[in-house]
Design a protein around this ligand. Structure first.
Ligand SMILES: Cc1ncc(COP(=O)(O)O)c(C=O)c1O
Length: 417
């Protein structure tokens, strides 16, 4: 598209074409056009190494974990636990006791809301979130507040989509029992000042959960450096499979918390009178876990680290700048989310065109973007709009794909002229 757009002077830190070859789905055509997959904030595509790891598990070692003495069960258990150790390394947790496998980030937040927060909440207590949370970091807190008579407080954001830190600090009161804040907004791309968030809360003795669902595949997330109490991430955004998520929690918290769900594997003994709980982290993993998911996630984290998070971040920064220029060159487009510190998300509206129409027309050109409220309805309300169109970037995207988006959006303009 518009060739006069100046290329930002950021050197590409890795060979994107080589990376693209690792993702078989990227070779597909959609509606006769090469696929430009720009819906990565919803889920990322999977490299061949992840697909191979999952297939190899089912082909060669499929068995249930933690239960059998036979060879396959032992190997499946080893592979599953190696996945946990890989997650520990990726997030730099002190121990595998601090890593619980969940289905997704949503389950991790629910586990903390119901097992950690709910028993501590009394009428009049407060839970603090921010105005840019995903529904999965709003609704669990509403449920526990409703059940206990606690109040949900919301730290505001400004017109750029940045957290107003002084307001966040003001809302950390003697009644606040937990703060649960995103590391990166899926609707706006804002990267929040997580270190300051934890520091301010810690100064008042308030535990913090960090939702790293978006951040964890764009930048290094280190739970020791953050010193957060809990952190969640979700495998399918980390180039891994769906159905596997991660909850990090400080061991002392996990030790003190009751189980979230009951069943097999999470017990040490069961009688009809009383059961007792398994050691960490199994106390929180009731039933047969997603063994293939943990193995696939292991391969995905290996892939990310072999590619290099710094190289990925530099590449995505270049794309974000380029994509911003592409969108700003089109009449009637307004970006929603202009935080000074943001990553990989281009949320926008176009004068006189509903985002759903934008999404449908660009799809005909092979460009996959998301339209709607992005499970962040309060963000839409904050900006006075019902929905946005959102292009979101990953390590395999290219400037050419952003050009394809630009051409497709020009086409939308023509249709609605
Ligand atoms: C910031 C954020 N938090 C939480 C979630 C929930 O992830 P999952 O649906 O995998 O639980 C998402 C998913 O889009 C997200 O972007």
């Amino acid at each position: 598209m518009t060739p006069e757009i100046a290329a930002p002077a950021v050197p590409l830190a890795f060979d994107v074409q080589r990376a693209r070859a690792d993702f078989p789905i990227l070779a597909r055509t959609i509606n006769g056009k090469p696929l430009a997959y720009l819906d990565n904030a919803a889920t990322t595509q999977k490299p061949q190494v992840v697909l191979d790891a999952i297939a190899s598990y089912y082909t060669n070692i499929n068995a249930n974990v933690h239960r059998g003495v036979h060879e396959l069960s032992a190997r499946a258990t080893d592979a599953y636990e190696a996945g946990r150790e890989r997650v520990r390394q990726y997030f730099n947790a002190a121990s595998v006791h601090e890593i619980v496998f969940t289905r997704n980030a949503t389950e991790g937040i629910n586990l903390v809301a119901f097992s950690f927060a709910r028993p501590r909440l009394k009428p009049g207590d407060e839970v603090l979130i921010s105005a840019m949370e995903h529904h999965s970091n709003i609704v669990p807190w509403q449920l526990v507040c409703e059940a206990t008579g606690a109040h949900l407080k919301v730290a505001p954001i400004d017109d750029r989509g940045e957290l107003i830190l002084e307001e966040f600090d003001r809302l950390l009161t003697p009644r606040t029992r937990i703060a649960s804040i995103t590391h990166m907004s899926n609707a706006l791309g804002t990267i929040t000042p997580v270190r300051d968030i934890v520091r301010l809360a810690r100064a008042k003795g308030i535990p913090v959960l960090i939702d790293a669902s978006q951040a964890a595949y764009h930048m290094r997330v280190d739970v020791k450096a953050l010193d957060c109490d809990f952190l969640v991430a979700t495998g399918h955004k980390l180039y891994g499979p769906t159905g596997i998520g991660v909850l990090y929690g400080k061991e002392a918290h996990f030790e003190a918390m009751p189980p979230f769900m009951g069943g097999g594997d999470m017990i040490s003994s069961v009688t009809f009178e009383k059961s007792s709980w398994n050691v960490l982290p199994y106390k929180f993993e009731a039933g047969t876990p997603d063994i293939a998911g943990a193995i696939g996630l292991h391969a995905a984290l290996d892939y990310i680290d072999a590619t290099g998070l710094d190289a990925i971040a530099a590449h995505e920064r270049d794309l974000l700048e380029y994509g911003t220029q592409v969108l700003q060159s089109i009449d009637g487009i307004r970006l929603i989310g202009t935080a000074r510190n943001k990553a990989s998300i281009l949320s926008f509206v176009m004068d006189g065109v509903h985002p759903h129409d934008i999404g449908t027309i660009v799809d005909r050109e092979g460009v996959a973007i998301r339209t709607g409220h992005h499970c962040a309805q309060p963000v839409m309300e904050r900006f006075g709009i019902p929905a946005t169109a959102r292009a979101s970037l990953a390590l395999y995207n290219t400037r050419e794909e952003l050009d394809a988006l630009g051409r497709a959006l020009q086409r939308v303009r023509e249709v609605f002229a």
